[in-house]
Design a protein around this ligand. Structure first.
Ligand SMILES: *Cc1c(COP(=O)(O)O)cnc(C)c1O
Length: 403
C-alpha cells in the first residue's frame, strides 16, 4: 500500500472503529483560525476542534511552552510531582473558588473523578446510602460508563448496561422537577451551566441558584461540568462566574490545553479532605507536557483583553447571523454565551443541521452542529474579525445552497 492510500479518507472506513463519520476532507495544517486540507484547500475554523482550540491553531505561546517542556521533561508519573502541574494548579486555584485540583486527560475522566468524589464524600461524611445523583435530560458528561450514564441521552448509554445505579434524570431548567426527586439520599446534582452537546442551552440564573439552595438543604454537592463552557468560552473564565453561583466541584477540559489533552477537577479543601493516597488516580494525569501547555493557555486566556474580546466577537457573530437570517429565514433563535453560539433552525428546516454542516464544508467553513436542529459555533476566542467576516460570507453561501 502506498503512503498516499494509507492516509486517504477511504482508509478511515477500513482502519478506524466506526464510531465517527468524519468530513470528507483531511485537515493537515492550521494557523490561527485557518486550516488547510491535503489538497491545499483553505477553511475558516468556526468549530475550534469542538470548543478546544480556544487560541486557534499553533498559537505561538502554546507552541513555545510545548517546545520548551518537550526538551525538558515529558513524564514522570504521579509517583513524583512536577513543576508545571504545581504551577497550573496554583493558577487555577487563584482564579477560582477552588482549593484543590485533580488533573486528568479528558473531560470524561475529570467528570468520572468528580462523580466518584461526590459519592465518596457522601459515604464518608454521611451514609453509604447517600448515593443518588440527579442529572438532566440532554446533558452530556462523557463516554465512560459512569459519565455516559449520568449524561441524559439514553441513545448513548443504551446497550452498554448494566448501568451504574441511583442516577435520576429530570428536565433541564425545571426546578420543580428537581425538588420532586431530591432527598437526603442525594449526594450530588450534576449540571452543565450551558448545555453544549444538548443544543447550546444556557441554564436560567434562578434555576442554578435554586440548585445551589436545594444542595445546601439536603447536604448534597453541586457539580458544574464546565468541560465545554469553561476556560473563557462564555466570556468569563468559567461560566459560573456569570451566574454568581459557586459549585462544590467543577470540571474543565476541552479548551484547558488549547488542543493538548488535559483536564482538571476543581474542589474545596473540605471536600478534598475525604481523599487519601490510592483512592483515585491516573498514569498520565498532570503530566508536565500537558500542564505546561495548559499553563500557557490559562495565562493568555485569563487576561482582561482576551476575555473582553470574546463579547465583541460574539456581537459580530450574532449580527452576521441575523443578517443572513433576514435573507434566508433559516433560524428561529440564537442562544449561548460568549463564543459558544447555538443557532436553532426554524420549523421549515427542522432536522437539517447536518445538511448545512456539509454545505459549509464545501464552501470552506468548519463548523459544528448540536443535535439535528442546532448549528453550533465554537471558534477561537481570539479569532480575527476579518476571519469572522470571511467565515460568515462562506456560511451565507452554504445556506444559500441548502435553503
Ligand atoms: C466534551 C464534553 C465532555 C467529555 O469530554 P471528553 O474529553 O470527550 O471526554 C464532558 N462534558 C461536556 C460538557 C462536554 O462538552
Amino acid at each position: 500500500m502506498t503512503e498516499k492510500t494509507a492516509v486517504s479518507r477511504d482508509a478511515f472506513d477500513r482502519v478506524i472503529l466506526p464510531v465517527y463519520s468524519p468530513a470528507k476532507f483531511i485537515p493537515v495544517r492550521g494557523k490561527g483560525s485557518r486550516v488547510w486540507d491535503q489538497q491545499g484547500t483553505e477553511y475558516i475554523d468556526f468549530a475550534g476542534g469542538i470548543a478546544v482550540t480556544a487560541l486557534g491553531h499553533c498559537h505561538p505561546a502554546l507552541v513555545a511552552a510545548l517546545h520548551k517542556q518537550g526538551e525538558t521533561l515529558w513524564h514522570v508519573s504521579n509517583v513524583f510531582t512536577n513543576e508545571p502541574a504545581l504551577r497550573l494548579a496554583q493558577k487555577l486555584i487563584d482564579a477560582t473558588f477552588a482549593d484543590r485540583v485533580f488533573f486528568a486527560n479528558s473531560g470524561a475522566e475529570a467528570n468520572e473523578a468528580a462523580f466518584k468524589l461526590a459519592r465518596y464524600y457522601a459515604s464518608s461524611k454521611h451514609s453509604p446510602y447517600k448515593s443518588k445523583i440527579i442529572a438532566f435530560h440532554n446533558a452530556f458528561h462523557g463516554r465512560t460508563l459512569f459519565t455516559v450514564s449520568v449524561g441524559g441521552q439514553p441513545k448513548y448509554s443504551d446497550g452498554f448496561g448494566p448501568k451504574p445505579a441511583d442516577i435520576v434524570h429530570v428536565p433541564f431548567n425545571d426546578l420543580a422537577a428537581v425538588k420532586a426527586v431530591i432527598d437526603d439520599h442525594t449526594c450530588a446534582i450534576v449540571v452543565e451551566p450551558i448545555q453544549g452537546e444538548g443544543g447550546v442551552v444556557p441554564a436560567d440564573p434562578a434555576f442554578l441558584q435554586g440548585l445551589r439552595d436545594l444542595c445546601d438543604q439536603h447536604q448534597a454537592l453541586l457539580v458544574f461540568d464546565e468541560v465545554q463552557s469553561g476556560m473563557g468560552r462564555s466570556g468569563k473564565l468559567f461560566s459560573y462566574m456569570h451566574y454568581g453561583v459557586t459549585p462544590d466541584i467543577l470540571t474543565t477540559a476541552k479548551a484547558l490545553g488549547g488542543g493538548f489533552p488535559v483536564s482538571a477537577m476543581l474542589t474545596t479543601e473540605e471536600i478534598a479532605s475525604v481523599m487519601s493516597p490510592g483512592k483515585h488516580g491516573t498514569t498520565y494525569g498532570g503530566n508536565p507536557l500537558a500542564c505546561a501547555v495548559a499553563e500557557a493557555a490559562l495565562e493568555v486566556i485569563n487576561t482582561p483583553e482576551v476575555l473582553a474580546g470574546i463579547e465583541e466577537r460574539r456581537q459580530q457573530f450574532i449580527q452576521a447571523l441575523e443578517a443572513i437570517n433576514a435573507k434566508y429565514h433559516v433560524f428561529s433563535e440564537f442562544r449561548g454565551q460568549g463564543l459558544l453560539i447555538g443557532a436553532e433552525l426554524s420549523e421549515k428546516y427542522k432536522n437539517r443541521a447536518g445538511e448545512f454542516h456539509t454545505a459549509a464544508a464545501e464552501c470552506g467553513l468548519m463548523m459544528l452542529v448540536a443535535g439535528p436542529n442546532v448549528m453550533r459555533f465554537a471558534p477561537s476566542l481570539v479569532i480575527d474579525f476579518a476571519d469572522i467576516a470571511e467565515g460568515m460570507a462562506r456560511l451565507e453561501k452554504a445556506i444559500g445552497m441548502v435553503a
